[in-house]
Design a protein around this ligand. Sequence first.
Ligand SMILES: [Ca+2]
Ligand SMILES: [Ca+2]
Ligand SMILES: [Ca+2]
Length: 461
Amino acid sequence: MASRMSSRIAMLFAGLLVVVPLASPAAGHDPQIGVDPSTVSATVAPGGNLVQGKIVHTAEVPPTPDVVFLADTTGSMGPAIANVQSAIANIMTEIATSQPNARFAVAEYEDFGCGSNDPFLLNQAITADQTAVQTAVNSWQALPGEGCDEPESQLFALNQLATDPAIGFRANSTRIIAWFGDAPGHDPSGGITLPDSIDALQAAGSRVVAVNTPTPGNSGLDATGQATAITTATTGVFLDNVAANQVSQAILDGIQAISVTVTPQVGSCDAGLSVAFNATSLTVESGEDASFTETISVALNAPQGQTLNCTVDWLVEGALSGPEFVQQIAISVPDVTAPTAQCAPTTNPAGKSIPQAGTNPQSGQNPDGFYELSATDNVDPDPDIFVLDPATGTVFGPFDSGTAIKYTQAPGATPNAKKMGSGLSAVAWHIIGQGDAVVYAVDDVGNQSTPVSCQVPPPPK
Ligand SMILES: [Ca+2]
Ligand SMILES: [Ca+2]
Ligand SMILES: [Ca+2]
């Protein structure tokens, strides 16, 4: 607002000074950012799942910030402007420490129809050059009489910041307007109403941090509810009744209090693996933690004996801020499927087919059976095959798939196995047992097949 009696204002201002303790720096905030844990390595059976907590530590400042410092530079604003001029370097350091790609711009407003006053002035477009920003902020002047009547032109100024390409916002930045003043705005101002201004700010995706600093004789930034309406509509922050010597701290506090939305985005997952979350997204104050519950599921038909991989990008404000926000999932799916064993009649070493083993003990067939042992498994290319004499419990093996055996059922005999012949084409073993042979296979993780019988006819009469 205007001020023609600066000495009187200064006295009144001094009487209103409130000592506010400096905020302790980032108390309680974990300096680590990113998703925790960032890797998941586990074994989950087909049809199973793994449920675990997932914490996303957000940075103190929203990602890729483009921050515009916007000041009411009319007559009453001198002490607040002086405070910001003295601390702007520290504000930028704090912001850039959290987000090294931060950029800044500087603008001011006074009023329409008030002499040479600027209803809006872009002092410095978006830049990474902090010295240029300091210089621009230093150019702010609150001269006695500037502003004329109490309301000023902030609605017009905010609309300009939302719509003028000259500001230079980056395409994927978090647009933050850090605005401080002591008086409400004309509505309309330069033809811009409060709803016009809000619409433009929303369309631009700008977040407004508003700091109201009381000065004598002024009704405040939010006197007509504009600051509340604008900060609410832009998911910003309103800080009320901030003493002039605390405005810079309030600007920083407000920027660090802007909410951010954290959204898990599942990248490419191997077939059979899926990831779900208890919430599509969560919104927290920047610098705070977003706590999700993650459920990793392995499909019943997932490939066994393999490690399935998946990545999850934890987006903050819709963008991936860095590798700390990428989660890697590696799920080992165990082989839970038993092999299948076969005991197929084969030829004797002379190449002569033997009669099929009969079920009729009186059939008079050959007492010896020639069999090829074989097994197949979903994972193990070479399951172990065992031959069991169920009458005595004697187990022979392991044998490789493709092994040919001669099995003789000899009730009363001592079970034994003798190597015979050589080479895969020959019958490799002669096994004697008291009962019909039973064959089963075991894969390399211990799954055991259903046993199959190799029926041997009793000796002919
Ligand atoms: Ca001025
Ligand atoms: Ca005015
Ligand atoms: Ca298996």
